[in-house]
Design a protein around this ligand. Structure first.
Ligand SMILES: Cc1ncc(COP(=O)(O)O)c(C=O)c1O
Length: 410
């Protein structure tokens, strides 16, 4: 039996055993299987995915909790050949050159000590940049970790389900399953935008959506966000995941003093070119921030290592460098859209560092596989009304010229 979950083909245990033939039993039965599972995914061109339960092994006791998990499957980080990698919305340009200066001179002696558990200086720098107080800032190990803490802190089902868009960042349902939070997916409007009205009119325990949304790239205006906040119960959190906001949307950070139930989550992974560092942060009322600290300190007191804290401080201060990089990416995105239009492709209007595109008559999976054969990786989600699109990260101008050339051949 083959089933599809997101863009991953879910295989049953017999097929899984076939994939695992020749791999020592010790590994099959070990917890490392969850990772291993992804390795298979890379090597067999997304033919395998989440592994069904019996494969966990017969001899070890696994918790019922573990057996119920369906982990998030990240975009491929391939090792089999060199690809033009446009599948995980990484920044094609280097991080700030000032980070190299720091790394060349840093004292390894400092690693003897634990890092600052409060990430004080980093939070001060972030606060200065966004015109808030340090008490309004929480920093974590990638925005994924900040999101996960926020799900734990703010959502349960006492007032109904958590609401998020039908097509959105696919980690949200994973966190819900992890923390046993019931959720309801709100359909996108016909034009694929987030339907602000629908969130107001539905009884719920909280709201979360990315702005711009992923994988569509469509941005909600600040007026529509205010409309949600004005009409939503003030005792429930509204979380806006601004992973891509620097590429053209208007941030909701300026609203945090007016709406103490608003939490804005940001990342260093996209516009600051530091996906490998794992750094993210949240800005909100200090009541919300204190709650995130409570979760952190119940889980891991030192999630941010001292280098990540320091590099984050350097990056946040180098506005001149990053605004020029962002400008280049936005220009390239607009050029890409214009070329796609000329070549007869459809695409959604994006305010992010990616473009969601498709072509009438070609299934999304064929676009994905066709480009992959030609050495270009994009992301495909084999679900519902987005299955005939692929999400293309905006790369360098050269990468985009090569992409367009290959797309024309499909
Ligand atoms: C909408 C959205 N939010 C959050 C993240 C997580 O980013 P990170 O954990 O790298 O900060 C991503 C990553 O692609 C994303 O697309």
């Amino acid at each position: 039996m083959l089933r599809f979950r997101n863009n991953v083909r879910v295989i049953n245990s017999a097929e899984c055993k076939a994939c695992f033939a020749g791999i020592p039993q010790r590994r099959k039965a070990s917890f490392a299987l969850l990772r291993f599972n992804l390795d298979i995914n890379y090597e067999t061109e997304h033919l395998a995915g989440v592994v069904e339960l019996p494969i966990y092994g017969e001899k070890i006791m696994f918790s019922e909790r573990l057996k119920k998990l369906t982990p998030y499957v990240p975009g491929e980080q391939p090792r089999d050949r060199k690809y033009v990698k446009l599948n995980t919305n990484e920044n094609p340009y280097s991080p700030s050159p000032k980070i190299r200066e720091f790394l060349e001179t840093c004292e390894i002696e400092s690693l003897r000590l634990y890092p600052d558990p409060l990430a004080t200086e980093l939070r001060e720098r972030i606060a200065e940049k966004y015109g808030v107080k340090k008490e309004n800032v929480f920093a974590g190990n990638g925005s994924d970790e900040v999101l996960s803490f926020a799900f734990y802190a703010f959502f349960d089902n006492s007032n109904g389900n958590l609401l998020f868009p039908e097509f959105t960042y696919s980690f949200y349902p994973v966190y819900c399953d992890f923390y046993a939070i019931q959720y309801q997916k709100i359909p996108l409007r016909d034009d694929f935008s987030v339907d602000a009205e629908a969130y107001i009119g539905t009884e719920s325990c909280g709201i979360i959506f990315p702005n711009p949304n992923a994988p569509t790239g469509i941005c909600l205006s600040i007026e529509e966000i205010i409309r949600i906040l004005e009409n939503y119960p003030k005792d429930r959190a509204v979380i806006i995941d601004e992973a891509y906001i620097d590429f053209g949307g208007e941030s909701a950070v300026r609203l945090i003093n007016e709406y103490p139930n608003l939490l804005v989550i940001r990342t260093f992974s996209k516009s600051m070119s530091l996906a490998g560092l794992r750094l993210g942060f949240a800005i909100g009322d200090n009541g919300l921030i204190d709650a995130l600290f409570t979760v952190k300190d119940s889980f891991n007191s030192y999630p941010l290592d001292m280098f990540a804290q320091k590099i984050g401080e350097i990056a946040i201060a180098d506005e001149a460098y990053y605004s020029s990089v962002t400008k280049k990416i936005v220009e390239t995105r607009e050029e890409l859209c214009s070329e796609l239009g000329k070549a007869g492709w459809n695409f959604l209007s994006s305010k992010a560092n990616f473009v969601f595109a498709g072509k009438k008559g070609i299934p999304g999976e064929d676009i994905y596989l066709g480009l992959r054969d030609r050495g270009i990786l994009v992301r495909h989600f084999n679900i519902g009304k987005i299955k005939d699109f692929v999400r293309i990260t905006v790369g360098t101008k050269d990468e985009m010229s090569r992409l367009i050339e290959e797309m024309k051949k499909l």
